[in-house]
Design a binder for this molecule. Structure first.
Ligand SMILES: Cc1ncc(C[n+]2csc(CCOP(=O)(O)OP(=O)(O)O)c2C)c(N)n1
Ligand code: SF4
Length: 329
């Protein structure tokens, strides 16, 4: 007989108005103005609710959020090393299951969430993340993707886009586009290699209801789930800090970022533009791409066109709840 560990089931959120009022990520941190990852955290924490434990591997969301004994976390939060978010989460999950089996804790079973940067998930943290998924722990692993090792001064990471100027990929005479490599594909990395993962989704901070519902769906799974979340970083991407949400929207509207979920082998897309804008519309606002020439932007466009084609070939479009427009007076 399966052991009943009193798992929480979180209901879908129909609109922004219908989202929980209670904040689990509150003011009192030192992230940059317009920080996409901070807003992302707020939405994830709101969707997850009070019975939640966050694991925070080293990165901006640790360093800027936990200085001098100040913290914005209104739920349990633990720091992990940048390498081992997956291992710390595995231990916490296993410990709660043992406590419940021994009747030393009644529940509910907490939502265990790793909130790792792209470095802490699909680069230096990859081993521990993959091992968690391999063993099948009931944990939601989130890669909040600001597309660089931001906390240590915006170094290149394996999700940094082609052509981006980072402190490790400055453009010069020999390599005019700065970064010549194309990024890893985190969702595909997880889907392709981890048979116990049943739910994977991509989100963008500019689409909050979609994001919160995917978090809830991920948490409702009985086992590991993964989310790849686009979180624009004004400092690293070098854009005006008031444009954070606009950058997210443009990423989706140009196809630089695709919104989809994968559940038990089935893909569904959401927020698919009727016609895609050219990638230059997104890149022109960001200083990290300012050195690129037309031929580099064309190379990026070809990469994005190919990516869109691949997703179209496997996915069906699925409606997601979006906030209703106010009726005109
Ligand atoms: C083993 C180890 N190597 C390097 C560092 C230095 N370090 C601290 S934060 C950080 C950047 C983390 O990048 P990412 O995971 O993408 O999160 P972000 O800072 O972008 O939010 C690095 C390299 C460290 N703390 N531990
Ligand atoms: S560097 Fe980027 S991710 Fe880090 S706090 Fe600033 S805006 Fe946020």
């Amino acid at each position: 007989m399966e052991f009943n560990y009193n798992k929480q089931i979180l209901e879908p959120i129909k609109s922004l108005r219908g989202a929980p009022r209670e904040e689990m990520y509150v003011p009192g941190h030192r992230t940059c103005a317009g920080c996409g990852p901070a807003l992302n955290y707020r939405l994830v924490a709101k969707a997850a609710g009070k019975d939640t434990i966050f694991i925070g591997p080293t990165g901006c969301m640790y360093v800027a959020n936990s200085s001098y004994l100040c913290t914005p976390y209104a739920v349990s939060w633990i720091h992990a090393q940048i390498t081992n978010g997956g291992a710390v989460a595995s231990g916490i999950e296993a410990a709660f299951k043992v406590l419940m089996r021994k009747k030393k804790y009644e529940g509910p079973f907490p939502n265990v969430i790793v909130m790792a940067g792209d470095g802490g998930s699909v680069d230096i943290g990859l081993q521990a993340m993959s091992a968690l998924m391999y063993r099948g722990h009931d944990v939601l692993f989130i890669c909040y993707d600001n597309e660089s090792y931001a906390n240590t001064g915006i170094q290149v990471s394996p999700t940094t886009p082609y052509g981006a100027n980072t402190t490790f990929t400055p453009p010069g005479k020999l390599i005019p586009e700065g970064l010549t490599l194309f990024p890893k594909d985190p969702p595909q990395l997880v889907i392709g290699g981890h048979p116990l993962v049943k739910y994977v989704a991509t989100t963008c901070v500019s689409y909050p209801v979609d994001l919160m519902n995917k978090v809830r769906k991920g948490l409702n799974q009985d086992g590991p789930s993964f989310m790849h979340m686009l979180a624009p970083c004004p400092k690293g991407w070098k854009f005006d800090e008031k444009l954070t949400l606009e950058m997210g929207r443009l990423a989706v509207e140009t196809g630089m970022w695709s919104m989809y979920e994968w559940e038990n082998g089935v893909y569904k897309t959401s927020h698919v533009p009727k016609t895609y804008k050219p990638v230059g519309e997104y890149m022109k606002y960001q200083g990290r791409f300012a050195h690129l020439k037309a031929e580099h932007i064309a190379k990026m466009q070809a990469f994005v066109d190919e990516k869109i084609k691949k997703i179209k070939a496997v996915a069906a479009e699925a409606p997601v709840p979006t906030p209703k427009k106010k009726a005109k007076a």
